[in-house]
Design a protein around this ligand. Structure first.
Ligand code: CO
Ligand code: CO
Ligand code: CO
Length: 325
């Protein structure tokens, strides 16, 4: 999917000159969070995010819908409510316009189902199709859920299984069973709206959505931002069907190397964690689940309402930010 390596991106950002100080910037790009947050008034802040990528599904409507859900999830991950969006379209000049209208239709339907209006967009001629959205939402400035608030004693909850990177790579190479592909597509089309509402009600301490940096890449950012260590029980991490098999067959993306490189030395693996499992935990996700840090009682209430898994716990900062067993 030709995403810039997170380490390279971090380096580029660190070279940028500082912007003028502004007290209304509540979340900027320095903490690698899901979306930026800007205070408009004491009781309302804007949540803004943008994401687009190359086709992830054969069905153009499904591709459009997944692109919409993926962008919306960054607002949900901050505890925000999305309100409007703009489409970003890269499409070949001589491309099939019927296909483009189906991509836009799938995306718009998913936006409208979330109560979000598409205000417009921008198209550009490009040999390779790319599609996504910039989304704007709102949040109360005191109710922002960042990736930097995890507290020792919290448990870590994950709302979707892992494996979309390996599966979509396998689909492109024709080695994925149709049932598996179907399950992965359905998972990517599942919105984080309810999960976001629930974590607000239950006062979660931190959250991020699991996307391109993989479960461990995003867990690393959250642990780093929170100045705590995350202990992750790999046996409790839910996987999509056939994920480990596909990884064994070599269905790895560049994300596998890039994401490991990003986390670097800040991780220790128990001897029980197989190399396939390590790759699964680094597998880049599209429209992945929310990784939520919250009190154990709140996690119980969460799991009563929404299918999700406890995959680990937050402990005071140790030698490494991540310990995986
Ligand atoms: Co995100
Ligand atoms: Co994001
Ligand atoms: Co994003």
């Amino acid at each position: 999917m030709a995403k810039l390596a997170p380490r390279d991106l971090a380096q580029v950002l660190s070279r940028l000159p500082e912007q003028p100080a502004n007290p209304d910037v509540l979340v900027g790009y320095d903490t690698a969070d899901d979306a930026g947050v800007f205070r408009l008034r004491d009781d309302v802040a804007l949540v803004q995010t943008v994401d687009f990528f190359t086709p992830i599904a054969d069905d153009p409507e499904v591709y459009g819908a997944i692109a919409a859900i993926n962008s919306l999830n960054d607002v949900y991950a901050m505890g925000g409510i999305p309100i409007s969006s703009l489409a970003i379209v890269c499409f070949p000049r001589n491309g099939d316009l019927e296909m483009l209208s189906l991509i836009l239709k799938g995306g718009q339907q998913a936006m409208n189902e979330a109560g979000v209006i598409v205000l417009g967009g921008h198209t550009i001629d490009d040999a390779e199709i790319k599609f996504g959205y910039a989304v704007t939402g709102t949040v109360h400035p005191q109710r922002i859920i960042t990736n930097a608030g995890a507290q020792p004693g919290d448990v870590l909850l994950l709302t979707k299984p892992i494996g979309t990177g390996a599966i979509t790579t396998g689909i492109k190479r024709g080695v994925v069973a149709p049932e598996t592909a179907e399950i992965a597509m359905r998972s990517m089309m599942q919105s984080a709206r309810e999960a976001s509402r629930l974590m607000q009600t239950l006062r979660a301490s931190a959250c991020t959505d699991v996307t391109g940096f993989g479960l461990l890449g995003h867990a690393y950012e959250m642990a780093k931002g929170s100045n705590a260590t995350f202990r992750i029980e790999s046996v409790n991490v839910p996987l999509l069907p056939d994920t480990l098999d596909l990884i064994r067959q070599g269905m790895l993306t560049r994300g596998d190397v890039n994401n490991r490189d990003y986390v670097g030395e800040e991780i220790s693996f128990g001897a029980n964690v197989s190399s396939e499992m390590q790759s699964a935990l680094f597998d880049p996700q599209t429209a992945g689940g929310l990784l939520i840090s919250l009190k154990a009682e709140a996690a119980d209430s969460f799991m009563n309402e929404l299918e999700s898994s406890i995959i680990g716990e937050v402990v005071p900062l140790k030698e490494k930010l991540l310990a995986v067993f």
